[in-house]
Write a protein that binds this ligand. Structure first.
Ligand code: ADP
Length: 243
């Protein structure tokens, strides 16, 4: 998993009401990252304390909750055999909940990255219009560098393949992988030579996220970046009380 770079928002922490929701009533909207799952399991089994509530939202028309934040807590607790998790229920469609995306960027050899993408069956085509196409959601990603811009055609499945390749190459040490919260920050760092290329895609909308989970599908890791006006305060719940 790469490093995250996101602007400092100064979001205040807030004491929030939480409820215990059954894990089998929760639906993920993103794929898991094995390393993050392992880190959570190590942390929770080490301390025995669960301190960060899940953020959930009711799926309209279903007796289920969308996992807004907490995919690895959910999967980790399930793996440990727990039954429920402390959760904050959000009013997902309110203006307080914003959804953005992450822009994966790398420092490394472009040709090696392209070679690996092609080995996954992806096309990588030079295209000056790529960024506009990506912003309109017409392609999987635009791959933007200082001089060259490429289109990676496709949609959800192609985004998953790109994500897999970047994750693997980062683990292998072939690239330095950084996830940007804002593409402007990525561009600035590119100007300074800190990264070589950034992958740009359209951020999903809230309706799209809900439709996706209703279909039982998931995005690749780090597709959504949800921002709330507050960060829930730490809670003090014992792991043994979640069984
Ligand atoms: P995602 O962000 O992909 O939805 P998570 O938020 O569940 O997935 O990622 C794991 C989270 O678990 C991390 O944010 C980490 O801060 C949190 N965490 C680590 N240890 C504990 C713990 N003992 N209790 C509660 N949360 C924890």
């Amino acid at each position: 998993m790469g490093v995250e770079k996101v602007p400092k928002y100064n979001i205040p922490t807030k004491k929030v009401e939480y409820v215990f929701i059954e894990l089998d009533k929760m639906k993920p909207h993103e794929q898991l990252v094995q390393k993050e799952l392992e880190e959570f399991i190590e942390s929770i089994t080490g301390s025995g304390d669960f301190w960060k509530p899940m953020l959930l939202a009711k799926v309209p028309g279903e007796d289920m909750y969308l996992i807004v934040d907490g995919h690895h807590r959910w999967a980790g607790l399930e793996k440990l055999g727990a039954k429920k998790a402390p959760s904050v229920i959000l009013d997902y469609f309110s203006d307080d909940v914003k959804v953005y995306t992450w822009y994966p960027a790398f420092k490394g050899d472009l040709n090696k990255v392209i070679e690996r993408l092609k080995a996954e069956g992806l096309e990588v085509l030079e295209d000056k219009e790529a960024e506009e196409k990506a912003e309109r959601g017409e392609i999987a990603f635009a791959l933007v560098g200082k001089e060259k811009i490429f289109t990676v055609p496709g949609a959800l499945n192609e985004q998953k393949k790109v994500s897999k390749v970047l994750d693997e190459m980062s683990v292998e040490g072939e690239i330095e992988l950084i996830y940007y919260g804002l593409k402007e920050d990525a561009r600035e760092d590119m100007g300074k030579g800190e990264i070589d290329y950034v992958f740009i895609r359209k951020a999903p909308g809230k309706e799209e996220v809900m439709e996706l989970v209703k279909r039982g599908e998931v995005y690749s890791p780090k597709t959504t970046r949800h921002v709330l006006p507050f960060i829930p305060d730490k809670i003090d719940v014992k792991l043994e009380d979640l069984f």
